[in-house]
Design a protein around this ligand. Structure first.
Ligand SMILES: N[C@@H](CCC(=O)N[C@@H](CS)C(=O)NCC(=O)O)C(=O)O
Length: 234
């Protein structure tokens, strides 16, 4: 049996995998999806992403590509319909700047919000709100960060706001997003979720919830254990 031209190694809960799924769907690329067990990584994942051993991995004509940003850019360069990054070099650079901003100042901060407690959590919640304020200012009244159509920044931000935010708020018992304060972003989220290719490919909330609940329990237990060891060491 011949191998499909495009394969995606993923995990149901993963916001990073979601980016690749959305880019593939928006471009109408047919692919075979292969769910990976991240607690017991199989040989295909290890071979295809030997450095990080993480998902997503896109395999195109037998050649693997890792890292969600790189995958989305690769898809955009290979399938020209529904462009996700602008053609103009300066606009492209700006798009990359904002995608990097979202990743470092929002996605990574929200990953912390869900696994820490107390003062540390408050600090991270404030950092996340600061990032949202900046994004609210950047979006202004535009429909999407990509203009009239969904683009790279929308996909990156959507993978966390539209997929994980309310789950993180529930699991971490915090409130980060105020839809009155961030009214442009709230409208943006509603517009984003209206797009058929986006809503048809959303992960089930239950998988995302299970993943973040487990991550919180595990990290809080590890932190408590470290505190106990420190106390015993005097
Ligand atoms: N920077 C990577 C992050 C990917 C990532 O963290 N993937 C997680 C799933 S949400 C993973 O594979 N984790 C397995 C592990 O850390 O061992 C990307 O953008 O693709």
């Amino acid at each position: 049996m011949s191998m499909p031209e495009v394969r995606l190694l993923g995990a149901k809960h993963s916001p990073y995998v979601q980016r690749a799924k959305w880019a593939l769907k928006l471009k109408g690329v047919e692919y075979e999806y292969q769910e990976q067990d991240l607690l017991k990584k199989g040989p295909v994942l290890v071979q295809c992403n030997p450095i990080h051993k993480k998902v997503p991995v896109l395999i195109h004509n037998g050649k693997p590509i890792a890292e969600s940003f790189i995958i989305v850019e690769y898809l955009d360069e290979t399938w020209k319909n529904h462009p996700l990054l602008p053609r103009d070099s300066y606009q492209r650079a700006m798009t990359r700047f904002w995608a990097k901003f979202v990743e470092e100042k929002f996605t990574e901060v929200m990953q912390q919000v869900v696994i820490v407690d107390g003062e540390n959590q408050e600090k991270e919640v404030n950092n996340a709100k600061e990032a949202l304020e900046i994004l609210e200012g950047e979006l202004k009244g535009n429909k999407f960060f990509g203009g009239e159509n969904v683009g790279f920044v929308d996909i990156v931000l959507g993978s966390i706001i539209s997929v994980c935010l309310d789950v993180i708020e529930e699991v971490g018992c915090v409130k980060v997003f105020d839809s009155q304060k961030f009214s442009y972003l709230a409208k943006w989220n509603a517009n984003f979720l209206e797009i058929p290719a986006i809503k048809e490919t959303l992960p089930e909330r239950e998988h995302v919830l299970r993943y973040f609940s487990r991550a919180r329990r595990f990290n809080l237990a590890m932190a408590a254990k470290k505190r106990r060891v420190k106390l015993l060491d005097g």
